[in-house]
Design a protein around this ligand. Structure first.
Ligand SMILES: Nc1nc2c(ncn2[C@@H]2O[C@H](COP(=O)(O)OP(=O)(O)OP(=O)(O)O)[C@@H](O)[C@H]2O)c(=O)[nH]1
Ligand SMILES: [Mg+2]
Length: 229
């Protein structure tokens, strides 16, 4: 009887040991797994390098002070005659967006964030993994030129953006009092940006039908810049 009893007790203690062992291993594995999940989440958050998913899809951010012509630029781009396909156009989460497929298959995703003072603090949030920054300037607005330069300097100050290409559009060239592209370029003569800035003239008068040559030239430059990236 006692042999039988000790055999049963032995079986039970073995079972308890196995179940207990499994529970400890399972719990440790769970803790280990959740620790690494949390760690990875922390590492991935913020302004971090992330792998490029598709090299043929380019992100172009359009910025500039209020009223400089950003929305007009995006709207006119969507009407250029040589567009292969407009994949998307409209407003999403406060951004004006345009997704254009070019002849080569390359997709240009433009996103505009408005330029009023209260919105400008969010500009930098948009710039992660940007292939090209297009920065519009109202060439007739001499008083805000210094502000425009200051804001570009602030938004590109992050070290991770040190290789970001920037196209400045000296807009509203159709108006008589517009500063010339050379004058705008001189105002943006920021030493730390000078090797990656290009200034182009642009005119998109509201009362004229059709697209000005200056816009077509800008579009070609955008395509070439993105292709060579
Ligand atoms: N004459 C002239 N007017 C222009 C030109 N480009 C834009 N405008 C006018 O400038 C005004 C402001 O243009 P928007 O495109 O709305 O400016 P925006 O930069 O998008 O402004 P926010 O989104 O408010 O920051 C509009 O009345 C346009 O018609 C241009 O080249 N010449
Ligand atoms: Mg706008």
């Amino acid at each position: 009887m006692s042999i039988l009893q000790s055999a049963v007790e032995n079986k039970w203690s073995k079972a308890c040991l196995i179940v207990g062992g499994c529970a400890v291993v399972g719990l440790s594995a769970y803790k280990f797994f959740s620790y690494y999940q949390k760690k990875n989440r922390l590492v991935d958050e913020g302004f971090e390098e992330i792998p490029v998913v598709d090299d043929s899809v380019k992100k172009i951010v359009v910025l500039g002070l209020k009223g400089t012509g950003k929305s007009t630029f995006i709207s006119q781009l969507s009407k250029t005659p040589d567009n292969n396909k407009i994949l998307r156009q409209g407003r999403i989460n406060g951004l004006s967006i345009l997704s254009l497929q070019c002849g080569s298959g390359m997709i240009l995703n433009f996103a505009e964030m408005a330029g009023s003072e209260s919105i400008r603090i969010y500009w930098s949030n948009l710039l992660q993994d940007t292939d090209l920054l297009i920065y519009l300037v109202d060439s007739t607005d001499e008083h805000r030129l210094a502000d425009s330069v200051k804001e570009l300097r602030i938004v590109t100050a992050c070290d991770k953006l040190r290789n970001l290409r920037i196209i400045i559009l000296a807009n509203k060239q159709d108006l008589q009092n517009a500063a010339s592209p050379k004058e705008v370029e001189a105002a943006f003569g920021i030493p730390e940006l000078s090797n990656r800035i290009e200034v182009f003239p642009l005119e998109m008068p509201p009362d004229v039908d059709g697209i000005d040559q200056s816009l077509l030239k800008v579009k070609n430059t955008v395509i070439m810049t993105c292709m060579n990236k």
